[in-house]
Design a protein around this ligand. Structure first.
Ligand code: GRF
Length: 189
């Protein structure tokens, strides 16, 4: 797709932004249906912001403690700039039901487990403690219930005997970087 008619996407981050990097790289390819118009971080110190600013993407660190005000500010910007996709990529805040209802496009999230197993946090340790054979990652639509929207794509990752949550997280993160672009292609194919 040529740059001009690509779907405008906003990426929400809170930390490293490795998924943001993967999405950005993908967005530059011809087959990508999206281009990244905006990066929003819930943490002003997020490393991902260094990346987005280096790539000259409009980047904002917002204080989600003032959730209602901030969300309304974001909705206005997204509406005005015709942003139709929000990618939650390592975003550690919970968007309000009102925001999800008001936003006129799609919101998708990457979750480091094979949903519906292990919603919420500490997914890797929970899978290891449960002696699961597999864990993995999921890209899903965001709805008003945490980590419960329609699943778009998943990738299984074998849990190795000596895995710690750190070693498992590292392997799953690599798969996340491949899964997110694949899920976006699937959404708009
Ligand atoms: C990833 O494990 C992702 O699954 C979770 O946040 C972690 C960090 O992501 N949602 P990133 O490196 O900031 O993209």
């Amino acid at each position: 797709m040529i740059g001009t008619n690509k779907i405008k996407a906003a990426v929400f981050i809170s930390g490293t932004g490795s998924n943001l990097k993967a999405l950005y790289k993908f967005s530059l390819t011809k087959k990508s249906p999206i281009k990244i118009d905006l990066v929003i971080s819930s943490d002003k110190n997020a490393k991902g912001l260094l990346f987005s600013k280096k790539k000259k993407i409009i980047s904002k660190a917002l204080n989600f403690k003032k959730k209602k005000t901030i969300e309304n500010k974001i909705l206005k910007y997204l509406e005005k700039n015709n942003v139709r996709l929000i990618c939650l990529a390592g975003f550690m805040k919970i968007l309000s039901k009102n925001f999800i209802k008001k936003f006129k496009g799609e919101i998708v999230n990457i979750h480091p487990s094979l949903l519906p197993k292990y919603k919420g946090l500490n997914t890797h340790q929970r899978a290891i403690d449960n002696k699961d054979k597999f864990s993995g990652c999921t890209i899903h639509y965001v709805n008003q219930k945490l980590d419960s929207g329609k699943i778009i794509l998943q990738k299984r990752v074998k849990i190795l005997k000596l895995d710690t949550s750190k070693s498992l997280a590292k392997r799953i993160l690599k798969e996340e970087h491949k899964l997110f672009p694949k899920a976006i292609l699937k959404m708009y194919s």
